[in-house]
Design a protein around this ligand. Structure first.
Ligand code: NAG
Ligand code: NAG
Length: 199
């Protein structure tokens, strides 16, 4: 089911960093779940040093196709590794209730913006299948991660991730009958998910 009504309002806001995103609500979408996760690095970021980050790898990787379906391994061909501003398609996890608190997600979004200004606008995510192909940020009830689904390293913009956290937390909230969501690259090389920390 397409959610054109709210999307047309929000699209102009998101167009700044993530152009052409589209929103759809998956009829019965399970949250893409990371199983057997092995954490390599962790620490805290943000102005108040209170947003936890981790780089990790999922033993069972929750791969997502461009049309929002959880799929198996699908090796992509090499292309430009900087995916800042790349188009992604938004899918909300259906069912109101149990989603992340939007204020908690705001703290995460602000920490990413802060990091962009202070650490630099870009960050690298190593190739799919490597021990650090997943980068997670978490504050309170809000958890977001970037998963590299590509066979090569990717570079992404912290400000774009921040925008996606705000976008997904707002447009995939209980008022829209959802409890979080994800935005998967049109070319399937990566996705960003926003969900409740408790799963
Ligand atoms: C990302 O990787 C590229 C290529 O290895 C490197 O030149 C660049 O400095 C890295 N950027 C960051 C932010 O680590
Ligand atoms: C990918 O990034 C890792 C970690 O920075 C680096 O060791 C590796 O050489 C990179 N691979 C390529 C193909 O650039």
């Amino acid at each position: 089911m397409q959610l054109f009504a709210f999307f047309s309002v929000a699209a102009s806001f998101l167009a700044v960093s993530v152009t052409g995103a589209s929103a759809a609500l998956i009829a019965s979408a399970p949250i893409a779940e990371c199983k057997q996760e092995t954490v390599v690095h962790e620490g805290f970021i943000g102005k108040d040093n209170n947003v936890k980050f981790q780089t990790s790898h999922c033993g069972e990787t929750p791969r997502v196709s461009a049309n929002g379906q959880v799929i198996g391994l699908d090796k992509r061909q090499e292309a430009s590794s900087n995916v800042c501003g790349a188009q992604c398609n938004t899918f909300c996890f259906s069912g109101a209730g149990g989603g992340p608190n939007e204020d908690d997600c705001k703290v995460v979004a602000n920490a990413l913006t802060f990091d962009s200004a202070n650490q630099g606008p870009l960050f690298n995510i190593t190739a799919s299948g490597t021990p650090t192909d997943k980068v997670t940020m978490q504050f309170g009830s809000c958890l977001t991660y970037f998963l590299n689904q590509d066979s090569g390293n990717l570079t992404y913009c912290r400000d774009d991730w921040s925008s996606l956290v705000t976008w997904l937390a707002g447009d995939c909230n209980a008022a829209h009958g959802a409890h979080g969501g994800l935005c998967v690259a049109a070319d399937q090389r990566w996705y960003v998910q926003v969900q409740n920390t408790s799963g």
